[in-house]
Design a protein around this ligand. Structure first.
Ligand SMILES: C[C@H](O)[C@H](O)[C@H]1CNC2=NC(N)=NC(=O)C2=N1
Length: 97
C-alpha cells in the first residue's frame, strides 16, 4: 500500500489531468462526464470497469442517464495515490478527452 501523495504533489498531478478536481476533504479526485445518452454513458462505464479490474483499482461512481460522476481514492491508503492519478488518465483516454 502506497502512502497518499503530499498535498502539493497531489495538486500538481491533478493539474496535469483534464477536468479533475480535488475533493473538499483532499482525499479524493473527482470528475463528471456527460455523454449523448445512457447507452454511451454505460458503454464508457463498461470500458472503465474492465480497465479498473485489470489494474485492481476501482472507481467510486454513480450514473444518472447520460452523466457519470467518478470519484477516485485509494481506500487502503486513505487518500490520493499515484494509482488514482494513473487511473484518472486512463479514464480520460477512454472518454476520448
Ligand atoms: C484486495 C484488493 O487489492 C483491494 O481491495 C483493492 C481493490 N481496489 C481498490 N480500489 C481502490 N480505489 N482503492 C483500494 O484501496 C482498492 N483496493
Amino acid at each position: 500500500m502506497a502512502a497518499p501523495l503530499a498535498p502539493d504533489e497531489r495538486d500538481a498531478a491533478v493539474a496535469g489531468l483534464i477536468g479533475w478536481a480535488v475533493s473538499a476533504d483532499g482525499k479524493a479526485i473527482a470528475r463528471t462526464f456527460k455523454f449523448g445518452d445512457f447507452v454511451e454513458a454505460f458503454g464508457f462505464m463498461a470500458k472503465v470497469a474492465l480497465a479498473a479490474e485489470k489494474i485492481d483499482h476501482h472507481p467510486d461512481w454513480s450514473n444518472s442517464y447520460n452523466r457519470v460522476e467518478i470519484s477516485l481514492t485509494s481506500h487502503d491508503a486513505g487518500g490520493v495515490t499515484r494509482r488514482d492519478i494513473d487511473l484518472a488518465g486512463t479514464i480520460d483516454r477512454l472518454a476520448g478527452a
